[in-house]
Design a protein around this ligand. Sequence first.
Ligand SMILES: [Zn+2]
Length: 208
Amino acid sequence: MAPCSDCVGKRKHKILFETAQYEEETVEKYAMIECCGCGRISMGYQRVWKYDGSVDNDYFPSPVSRKEPNWVYWVWLGQFRASDEKEAAKLMFLLREIYRAVHGGQYRLAAMGIRALLEQVMIMKVGDLPTFNDKLDAFQRDGYISAIQRGSMRATLDVGDAAMHRGFVPTEQDLNVALDVVEGVMAPIFGHANEAEALAKRVPPRKP
Ligand SMILES: [Zn+2]
């Protein structure tokens, strides 16, 4: 059993190749492993301490506990509307950096990044208004978010603010909630609109 970053979670793996180095106090084992669920290949490393038999496990690349949404990659696939593409690309690069910070345990940087990302999304849609609250008001008024989302967006912005100015260290769970909020705001703008357009083209029209 080993973590798989595609299946997200522990899965049975097949060992493709294995080697070991015998040191004075430890045995270091390296294995190329293949996920039996999706076929993803990664490397497992195991250090066994001879004096008490205890084991340290590590995996490369580091396993992820959360996957980036599919629409993040649309920039590379050329699936954004031409008019949105440049702005959307900048935001998708930032979102990917945030994910990398979360995977690397850099939770403060991730929280600050999320705050900056939400601000950039609002600026893209309603312009650079003086305060966060002005932007939130306009963002809600123009129909990009509901009243409920406005509340959770405000709370998410505050996490980034506290990390930036008050030394607050968010947990992985805090970041998961913040990413749920970010994706909930961004998916209808960047993901669903294009997907729904493609869907509408495939569905036969109603008879008049
Ligand atoms: Zn897998």
